[in-house]
Ligand binder design. Structure first.
Ligand SMILES: *Cc1c(COP(=O)(O)O)cnc(C)c1O
Length: 466
């Protein structure tokens, strides 16, 4: 498998390069040169596998000979041993809708599913190459915790996680800051998630800094995260699809990583009829689907904080796909985004995107109402992100009644991660395991820094692994 950058389709890379670099040096994102389409015989064979074996088959396509067969099998096995489910995910049902519970990992959000595998991939790659690296990542709350749990106490690497100070839930913060490990550094930035993401991107784009600290990244821009997330789309369809029906997935969306994995599954031949971009009041992608204009504005803080994002980084990958990886065109659009603050795509392309994507923006009132109703009638507590997804799916369903489709909503977090919000809505505290709640009472470690690139670089330089 060969990879290219969205901004230069001439130069190719292998999996290890995309994995360790995260972001291409030209500022673009890594994408496969060609996405393989699976035959119906292959799909049929894969449909019979358990989660780990399916993960092995799909990840193998993208990692090629980076790992031996046994290495990859072992990486998957130890990654998912910590999960509170034999097959990584579980399913539940609310009315006609299937919920895919993705939060059975150690930090209670879907990000564990990819991050645990990535942590173990780093360990194998670094021990073979005798390399030492410093991971830097920005988090809107869940990526940071998942990344920290995946790499804590591992040799040959350190991790620096930037979170927006005061903008993540108490549980999200504690899952990061109570981890007392020598290789973990939490930075609370006085700013928004977009500020954190901009800081990390600036560090990536500073070649000198990047080389001097041997920097790597695990943000949702890392291709490996996408690859690992493709698996549960296949698994959900294979387990629950009714005869010949195609599947619809509603995905609570922020940085467009999770839903982009669904798009790759679709490109690989999984019978998906719609991907629903479910967003909160940060609705730039909803507007994009209406008018073809991508225009970030100021972040609105909501009750689904992991989706309070105005720069959907992975969207560049989707646009690239619809322009047949024409990297000259993508560079032009991205330059417009930098110089004018927006870009517009061609009508004909927008029409194609709308064939497979649908979007709904769900406000706080409807998010809360959905949580109340589902609790009342189904005795299930939804987290606020999932509530956005389920409400968007319901609206899609009501507007497209004639269609016969399998309806899925990805359940991206355990409600206890947003306990304060849930308590305000239901006057109830979602229950979590005793071990996690015990850990969360431990001392917190983090450094508060201003939204200032140089100050943050200095802190990282002073604490990096040499
Ligand atoms: C990260 C996250 C999202 C958004 O996922 P993207 O890949 O950024 O679109 C949605 N819900 C929860 C709970 C998350 O942690």
């Amino acid at each position: 498998m060969k990879y290219i950058s969205t901004r230069n389709n001439k130069k190719t890379y292998n999996f290890i390069e995309t994995f360790l670099n995260g972001l291409a040096l030209d500022g673009g994102l890594y994408i496969p040169k060609k996405i393989p389409r699976l035959s119906s015989a292959t799909l049929n064979r894969l449909s019979k596998l358990n989660y780990n074996d399916l993960a092995y088959e799909i990840i193998k396509i993208y990692t090629g000979n980076t790992f031996s067969n046994n290495e990859l099998k072992k990486i998957i096995k130890i990654s998912y041993k910590k999960f509170n489910s034999n097959n990584v995910v579980k399913f539940s049902r609310v009315k006609k809708f299937n919920l895919v519970e993705l939060y059975h990992g150690p930090t209670l959000a879907f990000k564990d599913i990819a991050m645990q595998v990535i942590g173990n991939m780093y360990e194998v790659i670094l021990s073979k190459s005798k390399n030492r690296i410093n991971l830097i990542t920005a988090t809107s709350g869940d990526t940071g915790a998942a990344a920290i749990d995946a790499v804590k106490n591992k040799k040959n690497l350190r991790i620096f996680v930037l979170h927006p100070k005061g903008k993540v839930s108490a549980m999200q913060r504690k899952l990061m800051t109570t981890v007392n490990s020598k290789n973990v550094f939490n930075i609370a930035v006085k700013g928004s998630f977009d500020d954190c993401q901009t800081l990390v991107k600036s560090m990536f784009n500073d070649r000198h800094f990047r080389r001097s600290i041997n920097m790597s990244g695990v943000n949702s821009i890392n291709w490996a995260r996408i690859v690992v997330q493709i698996v549960y789309y296949f698994y959900s369809h294979f387990r629950l699809s009714e005869r010949n029906k195609r599947s619809v997935f509603s995905v609570p969306t922020g940085n467009f990583g999770d839903i982009y994995a669904g798009y790759i599954a679709y490109k690989m031949g999984l019978p998906i009829s719609k991907l629903i971009i479910a967003v909160n009041e940060n609705n730039l992608l909803y507007k994009f689907l209406k008018n073809g204009i991508y225009k970030p504005s100021k972040v609105k803080f909501s009750i689904s904080p992991s989706m309070d994002i105005q720069v959907a980084s992975n969207f560049e990958r989707l646009i690239s796909s619809y322009y047949n990886n024409n990297s000259k065109k993508i560079s032009e659009l991205m330059n417009q985004l930098t110089s004018k603050g927006s870009y517009k795509i061609d009508k004909i392309i927008l029409k194609k995107i709308r064939n497979i994507f649908y979007s709904k923006s769900i406000n706080a009132e409807n998010t809360k109402k959905t949580i109340k109703l589902v609790y009342q009638y189904n005795h299930k507590i939804l987290d606020p992100h999932t509530s956005v997804g389920l409400k968007a799916l319901e609206e899609y369903y009501l507007n497209n009644i004639k269609k016969s489709e399998n309806l899925f909503c990805l359940e991206t977090a355990h409600p206890a991660k947003f306990g304060e919000t849930i308590y305000k809505i239901l006057r109830k505290n979602p229950v979590i395991s005793g071990e996690i709640s015990k850990n969360l009472k431990k001392k917190e470690f983090f450094k508060v820094l201003p939204n200032n690139l140089n100050k943050i670089k200095n802190y990282i330089r002073a604490n990096r692994l040499h």
